[in-house]
Design a protein around this ligand. Structure first.
Ligand code: PMP
Length: 354
């Protein structure tokens, strides 16, 4: 830290992303990527977009992509915003759509990027504890606030709210924006996108990183009333008017067009998750009900940090959070059946060798 730093930056505690190890032969179940490759049609679209055309700037409005997404969700293109991963879409949302002086409400436990953005954008915030079953308590979000944000399903717990519960929250909170971060919605939930025409304060944020196997490409999106989208566009055009490069735009269009491939991978992940939950439960883990591509679980007798370290020695990496309230949990991304078998074999060896 030097004396030249902006005082705000001096106080900022940055988000620590999950590890992207350089070693190749690890079973990597720590950052919720999809274990299956992107659709071959996405790869073909990206190759077709490379070449001489890269000399020119991309479409700053990503109109083809917005039209594709609008069609997919039965909305008009002015209800769609796209950005460089949903983390960037969320950053623009924090700048554009919350009242910084009133507390933004989000759950305690949730995606740990939210408090970081609050620090960056001087956003006041308050956290609302989960219930005993680690579920979001919708009835606790009805006070005066500067906005509301939560993932559905929640991260890192994987627990899902129904659309009825979300609608209840929207009905009592009509004066501020409610952001539903649907990074994992495709793995078992119902998108709130269908509520957009009834609630002008609802913003749904999604990503192509998880269910569409494109974390490396960085495409996120927001769906909402055109006036909310216009605010996001203003921030974008004042920050980086070309957030999505040509290859990402082409690849993302193809990802939405190849719905059959998407559904097949999604169903495979869900099937693998159900099998993994059964096996982990049989080994003495309590596994929270998950609607995501990961499970959040704790062992009745063994320390989570020690389990994570022992798995790592056996070349399997899972996520262990240091934060006190969840220090007894492991978050395990659903892998292919081979990867999940390696995880289970390693766990059997570790638990058997107590
Ligand atoms: N929201 C939640 C709840 C997440 O877990 C993640 C992934 N870390 C993101 C948003 C961001 O995903 P991306 O930037 O890859 O779209």
């Amino acid at each position: 830290m030097s004396r030249f730093w902006n005082p705000l930056i001096k106080k900022l505690v940055p988000y620590v992303p999950g590890e992207q190890p350089k070693i190749q032969d690890l079973v990597k179940l720590n950052t919720n990527e999809n274990p299956f490759p992107p659709s071959p049609k996405v790869l073909a679209a990206i190759s077709a977009a490379t070449g001489e055309g890269l000399r020119l700037y991309p479409d700053p409005d990503a109109s083809a992509l917005k039209a594709t997404i609008a069609n997919y969700y039965n909305l008009t293109p002015d209800c769609v915003f796209v950005g460089n991963g949903s983390d960037e879409v969320l950053a623009h949302t924090f700048q554009a759509l919350f009242n910084p002086e009133r507390p933004l409400l989000f759950p305690d436990i949730t995606y740990s990027f939210y408090p970081v953005y609050c620090g960056l954008y001087r956003q006041a915030f308050e956290t609302v504890p989960l219930d005993e079953q680690f579920k979001i308590r919708v009835e606790k979000y009805d006070g005066l606030n500067g906005g509301i944000i939560f993932p559905n399903p929640n991260a890192p717990t994987g627990c899902l709210l129904s659309l009825d519960e979300i609608e209840r929250l929207l009905k009592v909170n009509t004066e501020t924006v409610v952001v539903v971060d649907e990074a994992y919605i495709d793995f078992g939930g119902e998108s709130a996108a269908k509520l957009i025409d009834r609630y002008d304060n609802l913003l749904v944020v999604q990503t192509l990183s998880k269910s569409r196997s494109l974390a490396g490409m960085r495409v996120g999106l927001a769906l909402g009333h055109p006036e909310l989208i216009e605010a996001l566009e203003r921030v974008k055009n004042s920050f980086n008017s070309y957030p999505l490069d040509k290859l990402a735009q082409a690849g993302a269009v193809a990802a939405f067009e190849d719905d059959g491939y998407f559904q097949q991978c999604r169903d495979d992940v869900i099937r693998e998750r159900e099998a993994l939950v059964d096996r982990l439960s049989a080994m003495g883990f309590e596994v929270l009900p998950s609607a995501a591509n990961f499970v959040f679980c704790r062992h009745a007798e063994r320390d989570a940090g020690e389990l994570a370290a022992a798995l790592r020695e056996r070349k399997v990496i899972v996520r262990h959070f240091m934060s006190e309230r969840i220090a007894q949990f492991l978050r395990i991304t659903i892998g292919t059946s081979q990867q999940n078998s390696k995880l289970l074999e390693a766990l059997e060896a570790i638990l058997g060798s107590k």
